[in-house]
Ligand binder design. Structure first.
Ligand SMILES: *Cc1c(COP(=O)(O)O)cnc(C)c1O
Length: 452
């Protein structure tokens, strides 16, 4: 009754990323120019992204080779292990077979370096000197800071002010890697100054920090912008997770009936589930795929599927996605990485095609699940990941009620070692649940742009 670990040797690490766009029966809706309402072309994105990433954004190729330099860095922590959670199964007294893919072993402690390293590589290749980005809780900023250090790029991180003040260790991590960290909204950009003029006490949001980072990149020739989730190329880079998991499930002589991931912008979820959904689209086994989001930022369960801006001051193109409206400022829940108003357009589209079930969980239930998991498996998960743990435990308990053994696989997107304040608050009974009401959703949705 012990933990079982399925390890792939280095030579089994994927050498290409999987592009689900090639297998979709209906193409993902185009990104639109906010001025003309017409699909944008590569030239529109060139001030922000290197051409290689713009090409990946719209590629219809089924696979894209992972550059050797990127593979060399991936090998430091990939292939990541897949575990059978025998002790958790025993603690729950469930007939379910529970597996998790552990992305917490990367130097950044989450899945995010999988795309940070790739993005830094392509920018370096195209002569870029500096990257700007935003970060909420700090996982993305620290992952990009690390990748920037590896490829000798300057990194400037606009960090949501509330996190900047509450998470000094994440800031220290970014600064140790050599990044400059700016509390957002800041006075360094027009977007930041505009927000501060209207709301001098603004504690920031991801939408605002994105505006600042995009503006700073657009203003400077040698600077580009980097986004840690949402975009197609980010989903693509994360597919190493699911490709490895498929091989590891084979090692386990099993196949998941249910695959579960938490969703902020959708990248760790897509990274695990897209290769499984792709296999199904190509005639493979049917599986249930569950996306778990916080009840206080219910993009998939209460948002609408429509065109919206990716940021608050409307500097980005319009993308079709599940959104709560670009002015949405979520409650200060601890899962900072799940507090974005929108969702990956690819994840949204695949959900519309009927391949994803969304569900929303409140934070107290998620922390309770994370504590159960920690006491059984020893790993303290990130508050974001606790949403996937909650849905996994619920599914395992349903198996017990129904007296059936299903295989459940979830993505353990990151460890929570930098989030211990959240656990302290939870254990001290200081956390509260917040559920986003219909009225609040409608208020935020009133900011949606009119398209077509
Ligand atoms: C950032 C983050 C998330 C949420 O982002 P996605 O793009 O939805 O994956 C989830 N888990 C961890 C550990 C994170 O750092």
């Amino acid at each position: 009754m012990d933990t079982v670990k399925y390890v792939l040797t280095e030579d089994r690490m994927p050498t290409s990323w999987y592009n689900i766009q090639a297998d979709l029966p209906v193409p993902v809706p185009p990104v639109l120019h906010p001025g003309t309402g017409q699909p944008i072309g590569p030239a529109d994105l060139a001030p922000l992204f290197p051409m290689a990433l713009i090409a990946q954004e719209v590629s219809q190729e089924p696979t894209i080779d992972i550059p050797e330099e990127v593979q060399a860095i991936y090998r430091q922590w990939r292939p990541s292990p897949l575990f059978r959670a025998r002790r958790l199964e025993k603690a729950l007294d469930t007939p379910a077979r529970i597996y998790y893919k552990y992305e917490g072993i990367s130097p950044g402690g989450s899945h995010k370096p999988n795309t940070a390293v790739a993005q830094a590589y392509y920018n370096k290749q195209e002569g870029v000197k500096r990257l700007t980005t935003e970060t909420g809780a700090g996982q993305w900023g620290s992952s990009l800071a690390m990748a920037g250090a590896m490829f000798d790029l300057d990194v400037v991180v606009y960090m949501v002010k509330v996190s900047y003040n509450q998470k000094p260790y994440r800031r220290a991590l970014m600064e140790t890697y050599g990044a400059r960290v700016v509390a957002s909204p800041s006075t360094e950009t027009n977007a930041g100054r505009q927000i501060l003029a209207e709301h001098p006490d603004s504690t920031g949001s991801l939408g605002i920090a994105i505006s600042e980072a995009v503006e700073a990149a657009a203003m400077s020739d040698d600077t580009k912008y980097s986004l840690g989730s949402v975009l197609n190329h980010v989903m693509l880079h994360q597919t190493v997770i699911g490709q490895e998991a498929i091989e590891q499930m084979t090692l386990a002589d099993d196949y998941p009936d249910v695959v579960i991931g938490c969703t902020g912008g959708g990248s760790n979820f897509a990274g695990l589930v897209f290769p499984f959904i792709g296999a199904k689209l190509r005639g493979g086994r049917n599986i249930r795929v569950v996306a778990v989001e916080p009840a206080s930022c219910p993009t998939l369960t209460k948002g609408v599927y429509t065109y919206d801006f990716g940021d608050t001051t409307h500097l980005t193109p319009l993308v079709k996605m599940h959104t709560l409206g670009n002015t949405f400022v979520p409650e200060g829940i601890h899962a900072g990485g799940l507090r974005y108003h929108g969702m990956s357009p690819l994840v949204s589209h695949v959900m519309e095609l009927g391949h994803i079930e969304p569900c929303a969980e409140t934070q107290l239930g998620c922390f309770a699940a994370a504590v159960t998991f920690a006491r059984a498996e020893g790993i303290i998960v990130a508050p974001e990941t606790s949403h996937a743990v909650k849905a996994t435990i619920d599914e395992a308990l349903r198996c017990k009620e129904e007296g059936v053994s299903r295989a459940i696989l979830f993505n353990l997107s990151g460890h929570g070692h930098f989030d211990m304040q959240a656990y302290t608050d939870y254990l001290a009974g200081k956390l509260e649940d917040h559920e986003y009401s219909r009225a609040e959703v409608e208020a935020a949705l009133s900011s949606l742009p009119q398209v077509g």
